[in-house]
Design a protein around this ligand. Sequence first.
Ligand code: ADP
Length: 482
Amino acid sequence: MLSSECVPYAKTGGLADVVGALPKALRQLGHQSMVVLPLYSSIDRVRLKIEPVLSPMGVWMGDRQEWCAVHRADMDGVPVYFIEFEQYFNRWGLYHDAAFRDYADNARRFAFLTRAGLQLCKDLGFKPDIVHAHDWQTALAAAYLKVWHWDDPILGQAASVLTIHNLAYQGVYPATDFAYLGLRWDNFTPDKLEAHGAINFLKGGIVYADAVNTVSPNYARETKAPAGGCGLAPFLNGKGERYRGILNGADYQSWDPAHDLHLPANYDAADLNGKAVCKRKLQQRFGLAESPRVPILGVVSRFVGQKGLDLLAATCDELLRSMQVQLAILGSGEKDLEHYFGGLAARYPGRVGTHIGYDEALSRWITAGSDFFIMPSRYEPCGLNQIYSLRYGTLPIVRATGGLDDTIQQYDETHGTGTGFKFWDPNASALYYTIGWAVSTYYDRPAHHQAMIQQAMAQDFSWERSAADYVRLYEQARAART
Ligand code: ADP
């Protein structure tokens, strides 16, 4: 598995959760896998027990050889290899600097990671049946296998699988980077790696991979239509049966309110007392009025257009004027949203708490201590936070798109069933009325609210089923390869 992120080593989003969990679930099914990651300077080698294993390793990029070192750690029985190359991975962030400016050499950095991962298989004598790439960062693996390694004794039989965690991030770079990638110029055509004069990593991966998937069935459907396809719908449709959606699982070993060590108190579906403690502590943490009876609406998110938090921002004043609610917000990203939500807490002391930043413990605290969790995404390939919220008995309020629609069952007011509240139109008033619906359920139909919590906590999105689906996809890729 070639990836730019993996929990617990490096994470900016859901990709890291998936790569941290899937290889372990595959192992449970009797398969052997290994993960290759960059050794970012932010990774704590001592704490995470990362040891050097191989140096130097030569990696051909274009007409030059780069020399790197390889390190290794054990992730619950899965070997994880780290490519050390100071020039590319000794940086402030994974993809961009502190001012959110993408690094200018990202095409080179991640093409290098990808080739280094393939080279490592050769140096270790590890003969994979499948090379599994994730997102644009390692998508070129499929192209390298087809263009260079088809007759290689180690890699020649490997089939390639590409998982798309977000179709909007395609890795588009100027043609001037192409020579460094080390692919042949006759691959730089509109039916392969070229798009509008630039290199498109993800498109190349889709074209060359033996099988492609994305992270929910609904997002797979949406991306095959022009509106959701981000320009790549024809290529996804071109894969036919070899493109589909496999819902992400959740790592319930890590995300379990009964054992989560980050929480001030633990709880399960049979005894929710600990959840009430989490709520009180969350109110203290954010300086909110301490009241068990006022519902808390939680948000944990990257602040980017995709997540639709501008819709929430547009309705916050009206929301706080007309409803007895509190808001607990954690996130970072676009400066406008950071300023808005930071300022909101100042304008509504005791009712709104905001923390700008990335904080694992606080994210779990909000997930446990809130009553509702808001995700008004414009699009959402799968979404993990709503799955975590379900397990923590916090009912999601979501826009019915992508994986959010697949994982949340709409509240049925007649029978008191469902696991959350969904709306369809991507606008602030639809969000406002849906929050109002959830809040009125909390105050006026408490028996329904309690029944929904039980139903939510009983949902099972564990990796076992998803990992078995991946094994089927791997078999399909192998069949397509031969
Ligand atoms: P995406 O990958 O698009 O960001 P997902 O819902 O798939 O969305 O995954 C987001 C992951 O990142 C979750 O594990 C979530 O808890 C975490 N996360 C996002 N923002 C923050 C933050 N500010 N602090 C801590 N965790 C965060």
